[in-house]
Design a protein around this ligand. Structure first.
Ligand code: GSH
Length: 264
């Protein structure tokens, strides 16, 4: 099983947490979307969305985190007594998947940074289109989806309703955690693997005071989840500012140099 991911990609984190919690053997390949490696023809040909995560099982390729999670959950033993909570866990992973973290994240990232990486990505897409005519349509769709996201970010109502969706999901989680220790019951399930990265994203963006502090059950759950070896391996290892800088600064340098040399 080959797993293509990036440590800061929320959807990759969901899948990797599930793989770790289930003790499944996999080979991990890091693909850096900041350097537009997800747009390399070799990767793009297998996953024309150019998104992470991607899971390869022999010749079979899965490109969306929700079906990947569902697939992983069926392997070996279910997580804990997950069998008893299957329906609730399934509801949660779908609900979490429906919330698009991109607008929320991007509205908390400096504009200059978004413009810097966005301009580079567009140039890479255009260069790839010319070099790989067989993929031109797919690259074009990717350009369109980038454009749609930029428009969404300008639409304050859309951004606000995306934020409200998150608030509702956190309220539901608070309600759930008042009755159970984990998201789908009293044992760790795939619902927790999907939800932990959402909380990690809130913390990464330094928004815990606003979103987590007012929800005591959620806060307690979050502290418990951070003690798990899977969290420490998948997310905790990258949660310090120094580690994040180590991931992001070389990408900024790489993109800056390629912009100057026009190497896309
Ligand atoms: N619906 C997809 C979304 C995947 C997604 O947007 N992944 C982000 C990282 S978390 C990504 O690959 N971004 C780079 C890009 O879209 O170019 C899933 O759940 O797998």
């Amino acid at each position: 099983m080959q797993f293509y991911h990036h440590p800061l990609s929320m959807n990759s984190q969901k899948v990797r947490l599930a793989l770790e919690e289930k003790n499944i053997d996999y080979t991990a390949f890091r693909v850096n979307p900041l350097k537009a490696r997800n747009l390399d023809a070799e990767f793009f040909r297998q996953n024309p969305n150019g998104t992470l995560p991607m899971l390869k099982i022999g010749a079979h390729v899965l490109c969306e985190s929700l079906p990947i999670l569902q697939h992983i959950d069926k392997l070996n033993e279910p997580l804990g007594e997950y069998k008893d909570y299957r329906e609730r866990a399934e509801e949660w992973i779908k609900k979490i998947d429906e919330w698009d973290a991109k607008p929320f994240t991007l509205t908390h990232v400096p504009d200059r940074m978004i413009r810097f990486f966005g301009k580079f990505k567009r140039r890479v897409l255009i260069a790839r289109m010319a070099k790989n005519p067989d993929l031109a349509n797919k690259y074009h769709s990717k350009l369109n989806s980038m454009h749609a996201m930029e428009e969404q970010l300008k639409d304050t109502q859309a951004v606000d309703s995306n934020r409200k969706e998150l608030v509702l999901m956190l309220d539901d989680a608070e309600h759930q955690l008042a009755g159970t220790e984990f998201m789908a019951g009293d044992v760790f399930s795939v619902a927790d693997a999907a939800f932990i990265p959402v909380l990690a994203r809130i913390e990464l963006l330094k928004l815990s005071e606003e979103y987590l502090r007012p929800r005591p059950k959620l806060l307690d759950y979050w502290e418990r989840m951070k003690c798990r070896p899977s969290y420490k391996k998948v997310i905790g290892g990258y949660s310090s500012q120094l580690k994040q800088l180590k991931l992001v600064v070389p990408s900024i340098c790489n993109v800056g140099i390629r912009n100057v040399l026009k190497r896309f």
